[in-house]
Design a protein around this ligand. Structure first.
Ligand SMILES: CSC[C@H]1O[C@@H](n2cnc3c(O)ncnc32)[C@H](O)[C@@H]1O
Ligand code: ZN
Length: 437
């Protein structure tokens, strides 16, 4: 039988079923989808591939899903470091965004982030930023999968002048992107402290009508919770629940401030958590009690956050930090195993985005969003356990090949849809512009 692509790999970790590691198996791809996963000897008998890839020192995994970022902020990496969230945001980032963020900024910044993400094995990103139309356009142009945030604030920014305008732009953009096969959308109200009740209620009506997910920063810092408690006598989570936002369509990003009661209650809502351990550590915001959340049955995905608070878009690193931090925080070396960390970076992200029928694992029938990592480097030898080497030792420089919907976007470390020299030049222009800021 003729097929588009056959990838022979030394190891394949499909993520579903959990815990399985195949050795000397092949992934068979046709028309952008996985059509079989079987031992290589049988695969070679059964299929005549139009393209054959032999990766005999590599581990194959599902594409990593960066479930929370602000891609274009890659152009702001390093402009304000070593500060707590509100100082960083109000005194540095928001003034810079107000002055510099434009369509061309978002185009160049998103391209930079897409290149970094693809070179690090990320095949899908969940974005929340100004000019989301441009982020979507760049994702389509470069062939990466993206969930685009239809942003909502309650004050004027470079994207819209008031809540009404954010919502009408959101609806128009959702309509425009509806038929893009690599693109989905979420409503993305920035945070409980930047959007008041009325626009949240309106947004929820639209989200219900369109059966849309919602993506929001929640309980990021102690300050956020204390300030809202003082103002309204409610925590942000209690307020969002009263407004009806907390459902299985809700992604709460950060969630570093959670009591045992909060965890129990949030688990009952069916909402998802997006854990961003590196950004939380760098801003000293705290940490999400991931082991307890998973134990309570909450789906926890992983994100990098923007490169201005991380300062990279490296999901392999995020996985490792998530596993190590969970062990440290819980005092339990078994908390967040290597397998759980990989699930958080793949299948759990797909579940949070409502895309687990399409991506997140290497099950037959899903899209061929696939990443190969070369474990032959001395740094990852010997390979007693490819999963442990992947999570605890491998670096993103070992990501050799990446496919999205069967299209090869990284070929032996070379990007196929982006030019590094051009990216460097565009980044340099923005660096000069912003230098005096
Ligand atoms: C709605 S556009 C995104 C908006 O969010 C800002 N931002 C980036 N990182 C964080 C964070 O960790 N918490 C809160 N807000 C953040 C970004 O600068 C944009 O203004
Ligand atoms: Zn964020």
């Amino acid at each position: 039988m003729q097929v588009d692509l056959l990838i022979q790999a030394r190891w394949i970790i499909p993520v579903e079923p959990a815990g399985v590691i195949h050795e000397n198996h092949s992934l068979v791809v046709d028309d952008g989808k996985i059509i079989n996963l079987l031992d290589t000897a049988s695969a070679m008998q059964k299929y005549q591939p139009r393209a054959l890839e032999t990766l005999d020192q590599h581990v194959l995994i599902p594409g990593l899903i960066n479930c929370h970022t602000h891609a274009a902020m890659s152009l702001l990496s390093g402009i304000a470091d070593d500060l707590p969230l509100m100082d960083w945001l109000q005194n540095h980032i928001w003034p810079a965004e107000q002055k510099w963020v434009s369509e061309s900024f978002v185009r160049d910044g998103t391209d930079l982030a897409i290149a970094e993400m693809l070179r690090g094995g990320t095949t899908c990103f969940n974005d929340m930023y100004f000019f989301p139309d441009i982020a979507a356009q760049q994702a389509v142009e470069h062939g990466i999968r993206a969930n685009i945030g239809l942003i909502v604030f309650d004050f004027p920014t470079v994207w819209a002048e008031n809540a009404e305008a954010y919502l009408s732009k959101a609806l128009a953009l959702h309509e425009r992107l509806r038929h893009e096969h690599l693109i989905s959308t979420s409503f993305a109200p920035h945070a409980p402290y930047t959007v008041s009740d009325e626009p949240l209620r309106k947004m929820l009506t639209f989200a219900d009508e369109l059966d849309s997910t919602i993506h929001m920063h929640v309980h990021e810092t102690r300050h956020e919770v204390d300030e809202q408690l003082q103002k309204n006598g409610q925590t942000p989570l209690q307020r969002l629940h009263e407004l009806g936002l907390l459902t299985p369509s809700f992604m709460a990003v950060h969630m570093t401030q959670l009591s045992a009661d909060d965890i129990r209650f949030y688990a009952e809502t069916g909402g998802h958590i997006v854990h961003c351990p590196e950004s939380n550590l760098k801003l000293a915001s705290g940490f999400c009690p991931v082991a307890a959340c998973l134990e309570a049955g909450i789906n926890v995905a992983l994100g990098t956050d923007g490169a201005a608070s991380n300062n990279d878009q490296d999901m392999l690193a995020e996985m490792r930090v998530a596993a190590l931090l969970a062990k440290g925080v819980s005092g339990n070396a078994s908390a967040v195993s290597a397998m759980q960390a990989l699930q958080m970076a793949t299948l759990n992200g797909a579940k949070a985005l409502g895309l687990d029928d399409k991506i997140g694992s290497l099950l037959v029938g899903k899209a061929a969003d696939v990443v190969a990592i070369d474990l032959s480097d001395v740094e990852t030898q010997p390979v007693f356990n490819p999963l442990a080497q992947l999570v605890y030792a491998a670096s993103r420089h070992q990501v050799s090949d990446v496919w999205v919907a069967g299209k090869r976007l990284l070929n032996k470390r070379q990007l196929t849809t982006l030019d590094l020299q051009d990216l460097r030049q565009r980044a340099a222009v923005w660096q000069q512009r912003l230098a005096g800021f």
